[in-house]
Ligand binder design. Sequence first.
Ligand SMILES: NC(=O)c1ccc[n+]([C@@H]2O[C@H](COP(=O)([O-])OP(=O)(O)OC[C@H]3O[C@@H](n4cnc5c(N)ncnc54)[C@H](O)[C@@H]3O)[C@@H](O)[C@H]2O)c1
Length: 431
Amino acid sequence: MSNSPHYPTLRAGMIGMGMIFDETYRPFFERVHAEGIFDRRFGEVSVPLIAVASRTGVRAEKYRAQAGGKIGAFQSFSGEDSVAQLLNSGAHFACVATPDDRHFEAARAVLQAGVHLLIEKPSVLSLAQLDELVALARSKGVLAKVVYHKLLDPDHKKLRTLVVDGVLQHVNNGYCSLLEPKSISGGQFAEWITGRNPGTYVAVHYIKLIDFTFGGRLKTITATGQRGLVGDKAGPTWDSCQMRMIYEYDSGREAAFDIHTSWVTPDNFPGYVEQEVQFRFDNGVWNGHSRKRGVECTVEGRTPFTLKNTMNNHYNGSFMEPWGERSQRGYGIEVLERFAREAAWVEFGGSEADRPARLANINALAYNDLEADRQTVAAVAGLEAILDRQYHGQPDCVVRVDDPAGGLVLYSPGDAVPTVLYAPPVSPKGG
Ligand SMILES: NC(=O)c1ccc[n+]([C@@H]2O[C@H](COP(=O)([O-])OP(=O)(O)OC[C@H]3O[C@@H](n4cnc5c(N)ncnc54)[C@H](O)[C@@H]3O)[C@@H](O)[C@H]2O)c1
C-alpha cells in the first residue's frame, strides 16, 4: 500500500546499474517500495523507483526479471541519450552511480533539470566541476549530495564523537588502508579501468573520514603507485597507490595521514576488502579494523571464495531477522535512506513558503553536501595529477593547497614553474 497515490510521492531515478546499485541501491529501493518512509515531520511518503539509465540496459532488464514483486514498474533507458530520457520521466531525485570519471556530465544534467542529486563517491574529479555543480544546485533550489557511507559506520561515528567531545585530543598522524580483490580490477571494472587508479576509487572514503572527523586545512598531497598487474608497468592504469595528506589545524599544529589502496589483492583473501585505520592523538591511539570485528567463520568448499571468513556484517549484510523476515541492512543502505528523508523533508515537510529554509537547513549538512566536499575533491584531484605526471615520466611531484601560486598547485622536481591546477582558494580560509 505504500505506493498508494494517497501519500505524497518522491519519485526516484537511478543512473548506473552496476555493482553498487546491486549492493546498496537495490535493497534500498526494494525496502522503500515495500514500506515507504515515515517521519513525524512529513508523515508517510512513497519513494518509487520510476526510471533507470545505463550504458546497455542489460543489467536493468536482468534486474527487472529477477526482482519480481520486490520493485514497482520502472522505465529503463540505455545508450547516449539515456540520462536525458530518464530526466524527462518526472523524477524528484536521481542517483548517479556511473564510473568515477563519468559522474560529472550525468550530475550536471540532473541538476540542470531541477532534480535533487545524490552522487556516488568520489563526487567529481576536479574543483572546477564541483564549483559548477554547487552553483547549479543553488540556482535550481535542489540538493546536491554525495554518498560517503563510512561516515555512518558505527565505529567511525564513535571515533568522531570522541573527537567532538574532546576525549581524543589533537590528531598527530595516522594511516588507513583499503585493499580490494583482484576480481574488481580484473572482472567487474574491466570495461572502464584503463587509466584509472584504486586511490580515487577507495582512498576517497578515508580522505573524507579524515577531513570530516578532524576538520583542519588540507595543505599538501604527495603520492606514488605501482603498475604491471592490471596493465602495462609503464602504462596509465594503477594496481596500487599510496598517498599522504598533511593538514594544519587552528592551533597551528599539523598532522600527516597515509592512505594505502590496491585492487589486486588475491581473490582468496579471507575478507572481501581489507580495511584498517590507526590514528594517533596527543592523549590516545584509535585502532580500527572494519573486517576483523569479531567474526571468523569457515565453511568447507565455500570460504574464502563464495563466502568470506571475516565478513563485514555492518556495511550491508543479508539476514534472517529474529521475527522470520529476510532483510538486507547496514550503514551502506542507511546512508541512502537518510538522503531520501532529507529530500522528503525539503519537499513535504511544511509549507512551500518555508521550502527555502528547509533546503538551506539540509544544504548545511556537511557530511554529505557537495559544497563541503572541497578538500576531498582537492585531495583526489591532487592524487590524479601526481599519478598522471608519474605516468608521463615525472615522478615525485607534490601538490600544495592554497599556496601563494594558487588554490591547487603542482610542483614537479626540476621544473622552475609550478602548474596551477585550480586558481581560486580551496578552503574557505585559504588564499
Ligand atoms: N560506496 C561504495 O562503497 C562504492 C562501492 C562501489 C562503487 N562505488 C561507486 O559507484 C560508482 C559506480 O561503481 P560500480 O562499482 O557500480 O561500477 P560498475 O562498473 O559496476 O557499473 C557502472 C554502471 O554505470 C553505467 N554507465 C556507465 N557509463 C554510463 C553513462 N555514461 N550513462 C549512464 N550509465 C552509465 C554502466 O552501464 C553500469 O550500469 C563509482 O563511482 C564507484 O566509485 C561506491
